[in-house]
Design a protein around this ligand. Structure first.
Ligand SMILES: C[S@@+](CC[C@H](N)C(=O)[O-])C[C@H]1O[C@@H](n2cnc3c(N)ncnc32)[C@H](O)[C@@H]1O
Length: 278
């Protein structure tokens, strides 16, 4: 079982997601233990304030270090089998790093992708820290966390949606989380390529037919068709992924043919701008 704790000022945002779809089922089946903690409960003042104005002036409020350190220390002190107190807070990250990651959600972090999801899915315990306001006191970044993750080059109001994005990607990789185990294996990016197109019934809809190959019942040919479609789609939409993907000599041959076909299509029907992007 993977344990995931989310430190947030808005636990209600997490609870809805934790109870729904694959995450809800993973929780029910005991595959993932999902928990939202309001770090306002760890504020060291009677007003429950967790932020303050920045030293040096300027706009926006900054999250104070005390409540976030205290919330993490409380979680770690209450882990099964751990009895010592949290005096050595400064070294928490290093000490537990073998199977614990403390992840700060922030636009300045490493950009999240499927490789990172696969890496995090192997851990036993993840703690996510969701920011708000202008940002965090830098000492949280320097002395508490093991990782900083961004979900892309844009700024959201808080870290909850980014954390939930990462959590969903990680939990669906846990053994038994998906109804159909093969779907995580063939998903886009898991193979290093984009996934092939899917079709379902009816075989013909408004005159648009499902490719004959998929109706042939010939397993090996269908697999070959899917591999080609996957390569084609990646070449058309995300050609840079091909540089890192594991490709067989047969894939390389196919790609040469697909590139030639694509160039012909480009010179025939695409605009000058589209042509320039190939
Ligand atoms: C308004 S943002 C703060 C942005 C910060 N002032 C900066 O320029 O880097 C508030 C919080 O939302 C979260 N957040 C916003 N955009 C994010 C992104 N792209 N990835 C991860 N977290 C994000 C972080 O937790 C961040 O601390």
């Amino acid at each position: 079982m993977i344990r995931i704790d989310v430190l947030t000022l808005f636990p209600e945002m997490c609870e809805g997601v934790f109870g729904t779809s694959i995450l809800g089922k993973a929780r029910e089946k005991g595959i993932a233990r999902l928990n939202a903690v309001n770090f306002r409960d760890y504020a060291n003042n009677k007003h429950g304030s967790v932020d303050d104005t920045p030293y040096g002036g300027g706009g926006g409020m900054v999250l104070k270090p005390e409540p976030i350190f205290a919330a993490v220390e409380h979680l770690l002190d209450n882990l099964e089998g751990r009895s010592d107190s949290g005096d050595q807070a400064i070294s928490i990250a290093q000490e537990e790093s073998a199977n614990l990651r403390i992840i700060l959600m922030c636009p300045q972090g490493r950009t999240f992708n499927q490789r990172i999801a696969e890496e995090l899915a192997k851990e036993k315990h993840l703690i996510f820290i969701c920011g708000h306001y202008e940002g965090y006191d830098e000492r949280i970044r320097e002395h508490l966390v093991t990782d900083e993750l961004s979900i892309g080059d844009y700024v959201l109001t808080g870290g909850e949606l980014p954390a939930l994005t990462v959590i969903d990607a990680v939990v669906r990789l846990q053994p038994g989380a998906l109804g159909n185990e093969s779907s995580a294996v063939t998903d886009s990016f898991s193979t290093g390529l984009l996934e092939y197109p899917h079709y379902t019934r009816p075989a013909e809809f408004r005159g648009w037919k499902v490719p004959d190959m998929l109706l042939s019942g010939h397993h090996a040919n269908i697999e070959a068709w899917r591999r080609e479609q996957s390569l084609k789609r990646t070449l058309e939409r995300r050609p840079e992924l091909l540089e890192q993907a594991e490709l067989t000599p047969k894939d390389h041959k196919l790609l040469e043919r697909l590139k030639t076909e694509l160039n012909k299509t480009c010179s025939g029907s695409r605009s000058e701008e589209q042509k320039a992007s190939f």
